[in-house]
Design a protein around this ligand. Structure first.
Ligand SMILES: [Zn+2]
Length: 313
């Protein structure tokens, strides 16, 4: 997965110098590779090879498969408040026991924004005075969703979504049938977030991206009704329509900016069109949140966008 190379370099260097904090907090949006980086760091901490992590020794392989007795993983894909204090109690019970095979123990706590307030408070105590053999690797979507005291006791590493070009080339590697043009388009539509783009393709929901990409052209040609019909067919569900709005916003925004800078873009959008489109989409998103009928918002959107792209109704 791209985008985490630089961070691996930074973490490797702090580990080598003995400067790595006993509590590392990896912050990044979904799809940026938080869990991958957490596992990689656990390997780097426990692997005994010269080049750490070697990804080949038994330590590295046990961690990768989730079978290392000194690496405990908690949390994961549950929703808000799904990460309970019971898990922190379990951690406390084993925290002061000596490691089994290695010299250190690593506790990986994933998506800690899902922790209850009670669990966060309990975790705080373990973070304050851990035994010297213990290390914590925490991941979250955004530090603002955590207690300040947890953030202040950790060293935070921010995982940025990978740059667009990196995302596009990783998509081409993963999906050999994808054309270069489509890889670029998916990358732009997902704001360079490789995980998000990959999921869209795997779940065969790429149609939404293609529809967003051809929206300006359809409207320029005065095809208001065919856009409305396609939206009706492909984005009848509120979640799909929201996704369409987000992709359209990303595509027009990025192409507008690139065009202003004189770069070639996969979709033709002037900077002024991009600005106007973003205003309309913000209003559309609000309407979606307010539970207006999706049908109604779609018709309204087509009409508003028609004005931007100069189509005649
Ligand atoms: Zn190794």
């Amino acid at each position: 997965m791209p985008g985490i190379k630089e961070l691996k370099g930074t973490l490797s260097a702090s580990l080598r110098e003995g400067l790595l904090s006993h509590a590392v907090l990896i912050e990044g949006e979904k799809g940026t590779g938080r869990k991958e980086l957490a596992l990689w760091l656990a390997k780097a901490i426990l692997c005994k090879s010269e080049e750490r992590p070697c990804e080949r020794c038994s330590v590295c392989r046990k961690i990768e498969s989730g079978n290392h007795p000194d690496v405990e993983i908690y949390g994961g894909n549950g929703g808000a408040r799904s990460f309970h204090i019971e898990s922190i109690r379990e951690i406390k019970n084993s925290l002061w026991l000596a490691p089994n095979e290695s010299e250190q123990k690593v506790y990986i706590l994933l998506n800690i924004e899902n922790m209850t307030q009670e669990a966060q408070n309990a975790l705080l105590k373990s973070l304050e005075e851990p035994p010297s053999h213990a290390r914590f690797i925490l991941t979250c979507d955004n530090r603002r969703n955590l207690l300040d005291t947890i953030v202040s006791r950790s060293t935070v590493y921010n995982l940025e979504p990978s740059p667009r070009e990196e995302c596009a080339s990783a998509l081409l590697e993963n999906f050999p049938d994808l054309s270069e043009k489509d890889a670029e388009l998916f990358s732009i539509a997902c704001g360079g977030n490789f995980g998000a783009a990959k999921a869209l393709i795997q779940e065969e929901r790429g149609d939404i991206v293609f529809l967003a990409a051809k929206t300006p052209e359809l409207l320029r040609g005065g095809n208001y009704y065919s856009l409305a019909a396609e939206l009706n067919r492909k984005c009848a569900a509120r979640a799909d329509f929201s996704e369409y709005l987000e992709k359209l916003l990303n595509i027009t925004g990025r192409c507008g900016i690139d065009r202003a800078a004189g770069k070639k873009t996969p979709v033709k959008v002037t900077p002024m069109e991009a600005v106007k489109t973003s205003e309309i989409i913000e209003r559309g998103k609000l309407a979606v949140l307010q539970n207006c009928s999706v049908d109604l918002i779609e018709s309204w959107l087509c009409m508003e966008l028609s004005r931007v792209f100069g189509g005649n109704l």
